[in-house]
Structures are given as C-alpha cells and as structure tokens.
Design a binder for this molecule. Structure first.
Ligand code: NAP
Length: 484
C-alpha cells in the first residue's frame, strides 16, 4: 500500500542550462518546493563564464535550446555565446527563476544524514532537502597549464573561460596556447584585431568545415509564422548531430565522410609547409570534433604565425619555444580547457560516510548510468560522467536526466520510496558494460583528450544516443537500495 506524501524538497546546484531545466520542469508540474544555488550573480553557466572572442556553440542553435521554448530569432546556424546567454537569461526571466535562486552562493558541503541532504553554503547557511540534484556540469574548473614561468609574464594573461570584456585587442601582440574548440573559435576574431597573433599548437586537430549560415529577417519571419518550420529545422539538426555521434562509435561511411571533409578542409591551406604543420596525426573526432569555417583562413593571414616548436618557458616578455626563439607578447591567451569532472560541490558525503571523491577512485563502479552514484542516496547528476556528451546535444542529455529525476520524485511523493541509493553491483555492471564497449569507438584510436580524465577508458557513452534514452526512460528500482 502506498502513502501519499508532500512534494519532496529538491536542492538544485547550479543555474546553468541543466539546473534551469530541472527547475522549469518542476514548475511545469506545479512543484515549487525547490531552491537553486548558484555561485555566480546570474544564470547561464558556461555561457555566462565563456565570453572569449568568437565563443559560440558548435551544436546548431535550433537544437541547442529547450524543445518547449523554441527560438525563432537565432541569428546564425551556430549562434554566438552572448546570444545563447541572452536566450537563457530570457527563459530565466519568463519562469521567474530568480525567485527560487540563491545567487552568489556556493554549496560548500553536502551530507546525507537522517535520510535527508544537509547542505552548507558559502554564506554560512544550512539547508535540508529530500533530494539533491547536481547540475554543475563536467567542465567548470579552468585548467591552467603547468608551463614554467607562467607567473612571470609581465603582459596580460587571460584564460578563455575568464575573459576580460574590456580588454582591447587592437594593436596588441597576442599569443594563444591551445587548439581545442575554444582556441580555434577565438583565433579568427583575435586575428582580425591584433597586430600579431602567434598560435602555439602542441597537437593539431582536424577541423570540420561547417558554414555558419546567417538567418536573415525573412527566414526569421517565416519561422515565426510557421512554427513547424522551426521544429523541422531542429529535427534536421538533431539528425545531423546524431550522424556525427554515430561516426564516433564505429567505422563506416559516416566516419569516412568526416575524415574526407576534414582532409578536404585542410587543403584550404595553400602553403604546403604550413599545411603539414597543421596536419593531425590522430583520427578526426578522437579528441572532440572541431567545427570552424574560419580557422584556416585566420592561420593564413600575414599577421598570424603558427608555432609548432614546443613551449619551453614563459618569460616576462613572452613565450620561449624549444627552437630558442622568444615570441614577445602583450597578451597571452590560455585556451587550455578545463579539469574535467570537477563538479561544483567538492565535499559530498553519502550514507555510511561514503565520500564522492573516494567512490570515484574506483573506476569500475564510479557511477550508475551517468545519473547517480553508488553510496549516494537521493542524489542525481545531470550530464554526469559517461553521459553521451560527444554524441548528443547537452540539452537533450539534461532533458533525459531531468525526466528521470522527476519520475523518482513522483515515487517519493507517492510514498513508494523514501530513499533510493544505486547498488554497487548495478554500478559495477554499468562499469563493466562500458569497459567492453569502447573497442570500436574513435576515442580509443590513439589520442589523449580530456575525455579520459586520468582513467583508462574515456568517460563517454560508447553506445547510440537512442540507447541513452532507452536506459534512462524509467528508473529500474531493482538497481537501487530502497527505503520506504
Ligand atoms: P581542450 O579541448 O581541452 O583543449 C585544450 C588545448 O590546450 C589543447 O589544444 C591542448 O593541447 C592545449 N594545452 C593544454 N595544456 C597545454 C600545454 N601545457 N602546452 C601547450 N598546449 C596545451 O579545451 P577547450 O578548447 O576549452 O575545450 C574543452 C571542451 O569545452 C570542448 O571539448 C567542448 O566539450 C567544450 N567547448 C565547447 C564549445 C562549443 O562550441 N560547444 C566551445 C568551446 C569549448 P593537447 O591537445 O596537446 O593536449
């Protein structure tokens, strides 16, 4: 027999895309018993933090928005970061999320005691919740490279995820370290303003040529008048995204097409010596796929030079490379990425004193289907480790995770369960299924990338995105220790 309970209280950590989605879907169900904790002054997450020149999303904008909040006003196929941030701020306003959010409040510790989460915040407060949702995302701690002398540089140093909006690039000598998505996106706009740009590339990556079509007034008006068009555009880009995702999973025509397109793109580089400097040794998509129609153009400009000689140290005036050359700089841009899987709350303790950091030491049973962690009760992660970050839009991943959490909340509210904790055996089963499924994927074809995060296997999803939907469609309660 089931008891009827009051709506369980939910603590949501992070007011980025996924935390906002969790909150909005709770509101859509008439559930207001939640609080969002956000360390910054506003919503937006990565789009609030990443404001470097050229920042954009490499998922088509029509796919990178909430399905229930389509936007007919996107200016481009891949809209810029400021536009995406404006979209999320608009959504937060529409759903009045500020009323539920404690801004400038970091959750410093979370402990599961007496069948509830007790959290402590940077403002010294304590709060209790039935359920905790970690929506802080896998890439929220900047990675500063361990290059000797970095602290001695007398010019300006800016990490791409900590940009100074007032910095004037005009007339400056700029150096950029890092040729992942951030570095590639930043290269073109910096090259248009700086007097000189030195691009330091340790490992060249393949670049997929993808035109960034502009949507004019007519296209926008059409989509406003005929919402079906926007929906169809979304479905089309979802389908395109899925093809990329599948190319990463197994060899076949998709992978060959991507390799051909990247090779063809590299041929844009007219100078044979420069072209060979830029030729990757790894397969396309082994690291995160890079999408750009401007990178190679920028690298061929007269004011841009590509440096493949390793950086030996950073000095007061600039960067010294292994060939002995000093590259004098006014600005050093660190496009060196993030420390993956450093989630927002450092100190999380579950039942029996189990600490998240200790649980994650055990590679074989780190997490349960990307959404929960053995030993942590009533705890859910959105876009958690091993979710399909490389083969599905993060919006879709968050959406699937949120729907899963909502079902768990329904069961708690109905009194069917009070606490649910993934069984270690279920996490181990997930871990061993993962371990046996990476062989054909591109990520293990011989490259280093942040996907590995120090593990022997990448923390990605080695199966089709549709299988993620299937796996998380409904919670399998037999995989959990349940109290009721
Ligand atoms: P990243 O992909 O991790 O790239 C870091 C770059 O820094 C690499 O080229 C790396 O070289 C280089 N690097 C690191 N330490 C170095 C050192 N000591 N000396 C020389 N080079 C060094 O970082 P990211 O470009 O910021 O992208 C991170 C992730 O953020 C992406 O994979 C993506 O998931 C996300 N992102 C998404 C978008 C989007 O459009 N949706 C845009 C930006 C970022 P090695 O390759 O040799 O290690």
């Amino acid at each position: 027999m089931t008891r009827s309970h009051s709506t369980p209280s939910v603590g949501i950590i992070g007011a980025g895309m996924s935390g906002m989605l969790m909150a909005i879907k709770l509101l859509q169900q008439g559930k207001r018993n939640f609080t969002i904790f956000e360390r910054a002054k506003k919503v937006g997450g990565v789009w609030r933090e990443n404001r470097y020149p050229g920042v954009a999303c490499d998922v088509a904008s029509f796919s990178y928005c909430y399905e229930f909040e389509p936007n007919t006003e996107w200016s481009r196929r891949f809209s810029g970061g400021a536009e995406i941030q404006a979209y999320f701020e608009g959504i937060a306003k529409k759903y009045q999320l500020d009323d539920y959010t404690q801004f400038e409040t970091t959750v410093t510790a979370a402990r599961f005691t007496d069948e509830r989460w007790q959290i402590e915040t940077s403002s010294g407060e304590q709060h209790n919740f039935d359920v905790l949702v970690d929506a802080t995302g896998p890439l929220n701690e900047k990675f500063y490279p361990d290059i000797p002398g970095l602290e001695n540089f007398q010019g300006t140093t800016l990490h791409t995820a900590d940009w100074d909006d007032d910095y004037d690039l005009n007339g400056k000598r700029v150096g950029i370290i890092g040729s992942g998505s951030s570095g590639v996106q930043a290269t073109w706009p910096i090259a248009q303003q700086a007097t000189q740009l030195d691009v330091f590339i340790r490992t060249p990556q393949w670049v997929m040529p993808t035109p960034n079509t502009e949507y004019g007034p007519l296209a926008k008006q059409l989509k406003r008048k005929v919402p079906l068009l926007g929906w169809l555009t979304r479905k089309f880009y979802d389908w395109v995204g899925e093809q990329f995702g599948r190319a990463a999973l197994a060899d076949g025509w998709r992978r060959k097409l991507v390799a051909w397109a990247c090779e063809h793109n590299l041929k844009q580089v007219k100078d044979a010596e420069l072209r060979e400097k830029l030729r990757p040794q790894e397969q396309a998509m082994c690291k995160r796929m890079i999408v750009s129609d401007s990178y190679y153009k920028a690298l061929q400009q007269d004011n841009v030079s590509v440096e493949r000689s390793a950086i030996t140290q950073i000095e007061a005036d600039g960067v010294r490379t292994a060939d002995g050359e000093l590259h004098p700089l006014d600005l050093l841009v660190l496009a060196t990425g993030f420390r993956p899987n450093v989630w927002g709350v450092k100190d999380i303790t579950g039942v029996d004193g189990a600490k998240l950091e200790d649980i994650w030491q055990d590679e074989g049973s780190r997490n349960y289907q990307s959404i929960a962690v053995p030993g942590l009760s009533n705890f859910f992660m959105l876009i958690g480790p091993n979710s399909p970050i490389t083969n599905l839009s993060l919006i879709d991943i968050a959406d699937i995770g949120v729907d899963y959490v909502l079902q768990c909340l329904d069961k708690i509210e109905a009194g069917e369960i009070k606490t649910m904790t993934p069984k270690k055996s279920a996490a181990e089963k997930f871990g061993s299924d993962l371990a046996g499924s990476f062989d054909d994927t591109i990520w293990v074809s011989g490259c280093s990338s942040w996907y590995f995060d120090g593990s022997t296997l990448p923390q990605t999803w080695p199966w089709a995105p549709s299988y993620y939907r299937e796996k998380l469609k409904t919670p399998t309660l037999t995989d959990f220790h349940i109290t009721s």
